[in-house]
Design a protein around this ligand. Structure first.
Ligand SMILES: Cc1cc2nc3c(=O)[nH]c(=O)nc-3n(C[C@H](O)[C@H](O)[C@H](O)COP(=O)(O)OP(=O)(O)OC[C@H]3O[C@@H](n4cnc5c(N)ncnc54)[C@H](O)[C@@H]3O)c2cc1C
Length: 366
């Protein structure tokens, strides 16, 4: 069965790409070895929060994606969008110094957070100040995905092993000139030795509670606003943690009650876990895959050669969207649109997003 584009991975990256390609008039098939949101996207608290920092491309791109995502979900999936605002609190005095350094670089509406305005949080945590972002939000991942995929075909329980022949990408009986790999932290189904995607495991938990929590809080963990008796608490970042999952989730709940004492009536509804996919510089990878085989291994590419230079040969029809880290729901809508614009209108992504940055690094080190 012929399509314009096959997308492997039905997480938020694949879902948003499918949405924008369909909007551009393409016939798209979304393939996943599990099902819709079977990877990290099904585990996400799906908080939409801005990035604090001292400027630079990661902060600029994240906050551009954040602004875009707020408008996108509000318009396209209003019943899955909860705009409750977010209080960001420093963890300690040292963190508070960083917050002070970050303040000149905040390019979004915010206010200084004051204990008097947030009576549900224990006042002690305001000892080091904090920022309130009134437009921050969170979304319901499964409702978002269902809305965005209306009219889009899918093939779930299908492990993709794509093959390129006769100018088409084939996965079983499906074929198309374009193939998008939106495979998150899983091993890429096509070997690209120059691209290293790491993963950070994490857990989060939904609890039922009568606690009156009007805004989302983020200190060392996030506690969502209470919507219809449900509060999201997350998330852990497991690198080399010897504790069991139950111990980590217990700690999350203890920390959440430490922040909002009224959560002491909580009852666990569900525990979620997943692998966040990230790359070395934490900036998403969006674009066409370059062809490392086209470089002469005896000659290093010149420093003047930059990502997205037309001289860099590409693998025909092979595209990547990955590396969303802990902010997949922030990045998904804008990155999906950027990729769809490349596939349908040949508009190249900016160099900072391009997969070529890793291709060139690899070719120069060989
Ligand atoms: C505990 C936790 C909390 C988080 N909280 C937030 C948050 O609050 N806000 C936020 O924005 N982000 C959050 N994230 C991060 C967010 O979940 C990820 O950034 C996002 O889900 C990545 O989306 P993705 O589509 O790239 O990958 P995934 O959602 O992992 O999707 C990849 C899909 O590809 C499929 N796949 C892989 N290989 C193949 C193959 N060969 N054939 C077929 N299918 C294949 C997998 O089955 C999977 O469904 C959180 C993550 C975790 C784990």
């Amino acid at each position: 069965m012929r399509y314009d584009t096959l997308i492997v991975g039905a997480g938020i990256a694949g879902v948003c790409t499918a949405y924008w390609l369909k909007e551009a008039g393409q016939k798209v098939l979304l393939i996943d070895k599990k099902g819709l949101l079977g990877g990290a996207s099904g585990a996400a608290g799906a908080f939409l929060s801005p990035r604090l920092g001292r400027g630079g491309p990661l902060q600029r791109i994240t906050n551009e994606a954040y602004r875009f995502a707020l408008d996108f979900y509000a318009q396209k999936t209003p019943d899955a969008f909860f705009q409750k605002g977010l209080v960001r609190l420093p963890k300690n005095e040292e963190d508070a110094k960083k917050f002070a350094d970050y303040e000149p670089f905040i390019d979004l509406p915010y206010q200084r957070a004051l204990a008097d305005d947030f009576a549900h949080i224990i006042p002690d945590v305001f000892a080091h100040g904090g920022f309130f972002f009134p437009h921050a939000a969170f979304v319901d991942p499964s409702r978002v995905a269902q809305r965005l995929l209306e009219g889009i075909r899918s093939a779930f329980n299908t492990t993709a092993r794509p093959e390129y022949r006769g100018g088409m990408w084939h996965i079983g009986k499906f074929y198309a000139p374009n193939l998008v790999l939106a495979t998150g932290a899983d091993q890429l189904p096509i070997a690209l030795p120059w691209l290293s995607i790491g993963g950070v495991w994490g857990e989060r938990v939904d609890v039922r509670s009568r606690a009156d929590i009007p805004v989302t809080l983020h200190q060392k963990l996030s506690v969502s606003a209470n919507v219809e008796g449900l509060v999201r608490i997350g998330a852990t970042h497991v690198r080399s943690d010897p504790r069991s999952e139950i111990e980590r989730v217990n700690q999350l709940i203890v920390d959440a009650v430490g922040l909002v004492p009224a959560l002491c009536d909580q009852q666990i509804v569900r525990i979620y876990a997943g692998h966040r996919a990230s790359v070395a510089d934490h900036i998403p990878v969006v674009g066409q895959a370059g062809d490392i085989g086209a470089f002469d291994p005896r000659r290093k590419p010149p420093r003047s050669l930059k990502p997205e230079d037309p001289a860099i040969a590409k693998i025909p029809g092979l595209y990547l969207i990955n590396g969303f880290g802990g902010r997949g729901f922030v990045f998904g809508p804008l990155m999906g649109k950027i990729l769809a614009n490349l596939i349908t209108r040949q508009i190249r992504p900016e160099a900072a997003l391009s997969a070529d940055r890793f291709l060139l690094r690899h070719a120069r080190r060989r």
